[in-house]
Design a protein around this ligand. Structure first.
Ligand code: NAD
Length: 282
């Protein structure tokens, strides 16, 4: 199909650029290094880590995974983070969330060094995304959406852009990143009255609700750019997005598939952030 926004293609192009940057750093004796910290076992986190380790390896980034016990106390967790903040060999730290309930995200988010916070956990980086200030790290998933738009030359300037979802991981930061590029933003959520009326106005429609195939053909404007951030599994265990792809793709101008869309770009964006962190620290 000619209207597919292919995440794998975007990730591959970015990977080639990043490999050159890593080669240059390694020639200077600097090995960009990411630390991934996970507390307890979670199947979704394990799958994410596997993908991130593989992608970082292909690019030449060293990746260390610290697996901590499920019953780790908050203070012990903070000690680990402080040690990694001080470790000059580590340039980026990614903390897998959600954390177990004895560890408060609202407490520990202040402890990760903003300079190493490659997935925007520390409020200093969140504030930079909100204000549009340069020099911080935006969360990887909304950054992956922006990479796709840039790769395909889709300029959000002035466009009616509707985002379904207002989470701190996707919807909210993405709205700010698009606003920085002068999109005209509407954010929809569970309390939105007449969602279809809002979405069908969109020239760029972004679904990040986590509701399987909720975006139907009659909710999409003919020719719209449709970006599907959702990762859901149908009754047969097949991965699918928030958009009913079979129904919507003939009407959409351009559309990301699931899998092979936004999710295919996220770990490469993480690698990009580690390299940026490494350059800032070296
Ligand atoms: P979340 O549950 O924290 O937030 C979902 C948001 O969608 C909420 O703001 C809610 O108000 C809104 N919403 C839910 N149902 C709705 C409905 N029926 N109508 C309108 N709004 C509705 O989820 P999240 O962490 O933001 O993730 C969203 C989706 O993106 C999930 O499917 C998740 O798996 C996926 N995700 C993908 C990646 C990736 O790399 N592609 C990364 C993170 C999350």
């Amino acid at each position: 199909m000619g209207n597919i926004l292919n995440g794998k293609e975007v990730a591959e192009a970015l990977k080639q650029k990043l490999k050159v940057e890593v080669d240059e750093l390694r020639k200077k004796g600097v090995v960009p290094t990411l630390s991934i910290v996970i507390v307890g076992d979670r199947a979704d986190s394990a799958a994410y880590i596997k993908g991130a380790v593989k992608r970082c390896g292909e690019i030449g980034i060293e990746c260390n995974v610290t697996e901590l016990p499920q019953d780790l106390s908050q203070n012990e967790f903070i000690e680990v983070i402080h040690r990694q903040n001080a470790d000059k060999k580590i340039h980026g730290i990614m903390i897998m969330r959600p954390l177990p309930s004895q560890i408060s995200e609202d407490v520990v988010k202040y402890e990760i060094s903003p300079a190493k916070d490659v997935d925007c956990f520390n409020p200093i980086n969140v504030s930079k995304v909100m204000s549009g200030e340069e020099g911080g790290f935006a969360p990887c998933t909304p950054s992956a959406v922006m990479e796709i738009l840039h790769h395909y030359g889709i300029d959000p300037k002035g466009k009616k852009t509707v985002i379904v979802g207002r989470s701190m991981v996707v919807g909210r930061p993405l709205a700010m990143m698009l606003l920085k590029e002068n999109a005209t933003i509407t954010i929809c959520h569970t309390r939105t009255i007449n969602l279809a009326e809002e979405t069908s106005r969109a020239e760029i429609l972004i679904a990040a609700a986590g509701k399987i195939k909720m975006i139907k053909k009659d909710m999409v404007k003919e020719g719209a750019v449709v970006i599907d951030v959702g990762i859901n599994f149908d009754e047969n265990g097949r991965m699918c997005g928030d958009v009913d792809f079979d129904e919507v793709s003939p009407a959409a101008g351009m559309i990301t598939p699931v899998p092979g869309g936004v999710g295919a770009v996220t770990s490469t964006v993480l690698a990009k952030h580690v390299i940026e962190a490494c350059k800032m620290q070296s």
